[in-house]
Design a protein around this ligand. Structure first.
Ligand SMILES: Cc1cc2nc3c(=O)[nH]c(=O)nc-3n(C[C@H](O)[C@H](O)[C@H](O)COP(=O)(O)O)c2cc1C
Length: 371
């Protein structure tokens, strides 16, 4: 049994890649991530002109994070020293790079190859810069940038996509046509995390990128779409916190995954925990290699027309024992669930089989069955 994978020609000892962000902002942090067991590390996005960090720039609410940090604050020419230091104990380093034009980005890519990066990730999908947002949604611009970088380096080029696009499949196909080696998805999602109603001000003073647990369903949908539209290896990103999340991404077509926010919140030690859990799960389920699972759930995604209408209705498995809980009753918009003298009753003739009660019951005491 092995966690090792081949990802766009790179031999990773496990599929957990550290995503681009301030946790991979310099050689020292990248080295620590490698020592903590990451299969590879993506640098914070390297640009020609560094931005000064605003303060504050990260906000946290309801398990989600908004950030307004714009890329690496280390100069391009200083990254040689950082990559050297990052790789002093070995490991695989992917240079995330960004620029506004294809000639500028291919120049940075060439430089990164020369100073020892093992691969490139084009980080063109940040929701902060207005110009970049337009670029991430334009299949033509993504094609042009990817093509130029691919033709100027010999190392693999992965392209990171945004979920803020109307046609993910079109953008993904543009990467494939341009000769990209892989697609990673998703970057953070354009957001305003919330408003402080006392001060009447937003949490942070500009639109930012949303990350962490709440964006996982968006990442999963994007990965499935990319896997269904191209033959390229996919690196799943967004809201990954546990080994189950890794498996979900893989079953929807990811070959590898990246983690950002969960490492920012829990530290690099979190990587080993996920690896241990993955190994335990593989052993218990007799899986020798994670590639056996890749795309296993894709056949379960149907077009609306293909879904057969089955006359299933809800069913109470046992007498409900959860005292004051009214969750299923409040959530049943068809009035099929009622409570009398502490006991839950289900009227099969009113149930329309929507499925919400079975998901909402804390005791998992409801299920959909054939009548
Ligand atoms: C504080 C912060 C800074 C980030 N900086 C970058 C960056 O420099 N380049 C990039 O491509 N993505 C950046 N990201 C996005 C992450 O790499 C990742 O795509 C996103 O956070 C979703 O994954 P997660 O939910 O595991 O964090 C950043 C995210 C956060 C939270």
């Amino acid at each position: 049994m092995t966690l090792a994978i081949d990802f766009m020609g790179l031999k990773l000892n496990n599929p957990i890649i550290v995503a681009a962000g301030p946790w991979s902002r310099n050689g020292d942090m990248i080295r620590k991530a490698i020592l903590a067991g990451a299969g590879a590390v993506v640098t914070e996005t390297i640009v020609n002109e560094v931005n000064i960090d605003v303060r504050p720039r990260v906000a946290y609410r309801n398990n989600g994070v908004q950030n307004i940090r714009l890329y690496s604050d280390i100069l391009l020419e200083e990254w040689e020293r950082e990559i050297d230091s990052a790789k002093s104990n070995g490991g695989i380093v992917i240079a995330s790079i960004c620029a506004q034009t294809s000639s500028e980005i291919s120049f940075i890519a060439g430089k990164m190859e020369k100073i020892g990066a093992d691969a490139i990730e084009l980080g063109l999908a940040s929701p902060m810069g207005e110009g970049l947002e337009v670029m991430a949604a334009s299949a033509e611009r993504i094609y042009e940038m990817t093509r130029k970088v691919v033709s100027s380096v010999d190392i693999p080029v992965m392209v990171k996509l945004s979920q803020n696009v109307t046609n993910m499949s079109k953008v993904a196909c543009a990467v494939e046509r341009a000769g990209g080696s892989a697609i990673s998805a998703i970057d953070t999602v354009r957001c305003i995390l919330g408003v402080d109603i006392k001060s009447r001000k937003p949490c942070l003073p500009t639109y930012g990128g949303y990350s962490g647990n709440p964006i996982r369903p968006l990442g999963l949908a994007s990965v499935a779409t990319i896997a269904q539209s191209t033959k390229l290896p996919v690196c799943g990103i967004g809201g990954i916190e546990t080994y189950e999340h890794v498996l979900e991404y893989m079953m929807l077509g990811a070959s590898a995954i990246q983690i950002g926010t969960a490492l920012m919140l829990n530290g690099f030690g979190h990587i080993q925990g996920i690896k241990n859990d993955l190994e335990r799960w593989m052993e218990a389920n007799d899986i020798q290699n994670l590639s056996e699972l890749r795309g296993a759930a894709l056949s379960g995604i149907k077009s609306f027309d293909e879904i057969q209408v089955e006359p299933k209705i809800s069913h109470l498995k046992d007498a409900c024992s959860s005292g004051d809980c009214h969750k299923c009753i409040s959530a049943c918009i068809y009035g099929a669930l009622t409570k009398n003298a502490g006991e839950v009753f289900l009227s099969p003739e009113l149930c329309r089989g929507c499925g919400l009660c079975s998901d909402i019951c804390p005791e998992q005491n409801l299920e959909l069955i054939w009548p």
